[in-house]
Design a protein around this ligand. Structure first.
Ligand SMILES: [Zn+2]
Length: 376
């Protein structure tokens, strides 16, 4: 095994050992990342905020080298929950090595990628600026990226001087030039809870139920009407999903809150505003509240542009692709030159046995070394 790969494995394992699930603080893993960056010559910008639950969160933006422009690597340190973790040979936060794979929550999405980029940065001596942007809360609405977009001096410098950005999300090292966005909103009906043996309660479901068929109709129209399709994606639809929940759930308590959660994936060629205003109109008609949870813009760059071509050359690939999931790129799109390209497969992310192959990790280090040395 090469020294580089050993180092990337070690860094992945160390980062995976911090259980930085999005609803917990990522301060410790960020301190680890900042220390590794400082060790190899980066100046670090430390950006802190409190999330909606008052949990402290950190984004790390860093720069090495004089001058302006250059290239940036972008990642996030938060991971999805691990309550469903299955492998019996290791825990979710160990980064266990087995049969040419590294298992653990975040190995694939995306601490393995970050480890590959840190290893690459330690091995190259670039004569152009190299930046790292490492965010929080990517998995839950990209609040960290929004914070960077609004408050980071280094990110502002990157935008002004047209730095080339590589978002290291798992793509099996294929080059991605576009992705869908996300619209998340809830329709809320309110009642009054009481013991069901009394007549004191008002069941919120009875307010929501009559409106459901109207929302379903709208959702079905959005899925079938070509006006809401963007053929550069597969599937070309908004993939509008709904879940319904009650608070409280006990059947002997009158339900005081009924919530219809909605999530769809916005696309660059689709104006979905008419759908959202129709949603608000139906909600108003039935006396329901419409709450926006978050909104992430879709993102795309011209697949024919020079920098996409250069990235294809570096990866030895013929063409770039679009994907259906959202990333920080949507929020950080003031950076005009950006691609998504990272080791590991999205198929292995967010799973109950998440893993990354050592082969991908190793090829990730090599690719990032080449990318950091390239004149963009
Ligand atoms: Zn990710």
């Amino acid at each position: 095994m090469s020294q580089r790969l050993s180092r990337a494995i070690e860094l992945t394992q160390q980062m995976v050992s911090f259980p930085s699930v999005s609803d917990r603080s990522n301060v410790e893993v960020s301190q680890f990342v900042a220390a590794r960056l400082a060790e190899i010559g980066f100046d670090v910008e430390w950006l802190t905020y409190e999330d909606e639950e008052k949990v402290p969160k950190v984004c790390v933006v860093a720069k090495r080298g004089a001058g302006l422009g250059g290239v940036a690597y972008l990642a996030h340190t938060d991971v999805v929950p691990a309550e469903d973790w299955e492998p019996d040979f290791s825990g979710a936060f160990e980064g266990y090595q087995k049969d040419g794979r590294l298992y653990g929550r975040g190995t694939c999405d995306m601490k393995g990628s970050l480890a590959a980029a840190l290893t690459a940065a330690a091995n190259v001596h670039n004569d152009q600026p190299l930046y790292f942007v490492v965010t929080s809360d990517e998995e839950v609405g990209m609040r960290g990226a929004s914070f960077v977009n609004q408050h980071s001096k280094l990110f502002e410098e990157m935008v002004t001087h047209d730095t080339m950005g590589i978002v290291g999300e798992p793509t099996e090292l294929q080059v991605i030039h576009a992705h869908k966005g996300a619209e998340s909103f809830a329709i809320v009906a309110k009642g009054v809870s009481a013991h069901t043996s009394t007549n004191g309660g008002v069941n919120a479901n009875y307010k929501l139920i009559p409106a459901l068929s109207r929302f379903l109709e709208l959702r079905n129209r959005a899925e079938t009407d070509p006006q809401y399709h963007d053929k550069s994606f597969d599937p070309p639809t908004l993939s509008w999903n709904m879940t319904i929940s009650n608070e409280p759930e006990a059947v002997n308590v009158t339900t005081s809150m009924a919530i219809l959660n909605n999530f769809f994936r916005a696309m660059p060629a689709v104006d979905h505003e008419p759908l959202l205003s129709e949603v608000r109109r139906i909600a108003e008609q039935f006396g329901l509240e419409c709450r926006t949870k978050y909104s992430a813009r879709p993102w795309s760059v011209d697949p024919q542009s020079d920098f996409v071509g250069k990235m294809l050359e570096l990866t030895g690939q013929q063409r770039s692709y679009s994907v259906c999931y959202a990333t920080d790129a949507g929020v950080l799109q003031r950076l005009r030159r950006m691609v998504i390209c990272g080791p590991g497969s999205i198929e292995q992310a967010h799973r109950c046995d998440e893993w990354i192959s050592l082969d991908q990790l190793s090829r990730g280090v090599e690719l990032y070394e080449r990318a950091f040395m390239t004149r963009w």
